[in-house]
Design a protein around this ligand. Structure first.
Ligand SMILES: [Zn+2]
Length: 285
């Protein structure tokens, strides 16, 4: 572990780092990682774009769960791990942050220009008129439409939905677009079965190819959407460091693996890098 941490420290201290972060970075902010350390899968299957757009019942269920889960997402604060990443960006060592998370916590921690691969949960898009509105505004409208909607929050997924009995789902009233009046609303996140916008993917590949190293933080790299950047880096001979609790599907490409909770490890890493940089880096380098 100490040896791995030394390798990770020297990679980060060299600068030119691109970070790829996942759900594991936000677990310490109270947002559960459904593929967490124990490897337990989420209790219900994730919403697909096809089910969301074609099945009114599935859509109602999504919004009912999401309406409850939003409280947790909206109330979440960045943790020491997010702050350490922002600090490394400030220090000029991290050039870009790509996140698979939709919680906006990198930005809340002060990270500039984060590439949000799977979008943001705090924005809502209309599938008809294309207007983007705030989730806060939608939340106000949903509360108005469902003044008596009370349910127990049992478990929350990174997508912001929670377990909910059928009868409570049936009682929930979703709302349509407040701008065109009839359009179907969807959180501005990439659902399963949906592709990440090509331009966004291209920005990520460009960042990865320009990197001196790729550091994965808290992702099991289960979905290709994120894993492809690890594969690309490895192909180009760019060192890949993976910090995650438990094994990942990118381990075969990793130069170094550190198995540790991120909220504890990242501040430690930042301190080591800062200490080493003061002692070792010549001026102007
Ligand atoms: Zn609309």
């Amino acid at each position: 572990m100490t040896q791995s941490l030394d390798v990770l420290t020297s990679l980060v201290a060299a600068g030119g780092v691109v970070v790829l972060s996942g759900a594991g970075l936000s677990t310490e902010s109270g947002i559960p990682d459904y593929r967490g350390p124990s490897g337990v899968a989420r209790r219900h299957t994730p919403m697909t774009f096809q089910a969301f757009t074609r099945d009114p019942l599935a859509r109602r269920r999504y919004w009912a769960r999401s309406h409850l889960g939003w409280r947790l997402i909206a109330g979440a604060a960045p943790n020491a791990g997010h702050r350490a990443v922002a600090g490394l960006q400030d220090a000029g060592l991290v050039d870009a942050v790509i996140t698979q998370n939709v919680d906006g916590l990198h930005g809340a921690a002060g990270s500039p220009s984060v590439i949000e691969l799977h979008g943001r949960l705090d924005e809502v898009t209309c599938l008809d008129c294309g207007n983007l509105t705030s989730r806060e505004e939608l939340d106000r409208r949903l509360r108005e439409a469902n003044p008596d909607f009370v349910a127990q929050v049992a478990a929350v997924n990174p997508d912001g939905d929670v377990d909910l009995p059928d009868e409570q789902v049936a009682a929930f009233r979703p709302v349509d677009c407040g701008i065109c009046g009839t359009g179907m609303l969807k959180p501005d996140v990439v659902f399963f079965g949906e592709t990440v916008p090509a331009q966004r993917v291209a920005r990520c590949f460009a960042a990865v190819e320009a990197a001196r190293s790729l550091v994965v933080l808290g992702s099991s790299l289960t979905v290709m959407s994120g894993r492809r950047f690890v594969i690309r880096a490895a192909k180009r001979g760019i060192p890949v460091a993976i910090v995650n609790q438990g094994p990942t599907r990118g381990d075969g490409h990793a130069t170094v693996r550190v198995d540790a909770p991120l909220g504890a490890l990242l501040p430690q890493l930042a301190a080591r890098v800062a200490g080493g940089a003061v002692a070792a880096a010549p001026a102007g380098v």
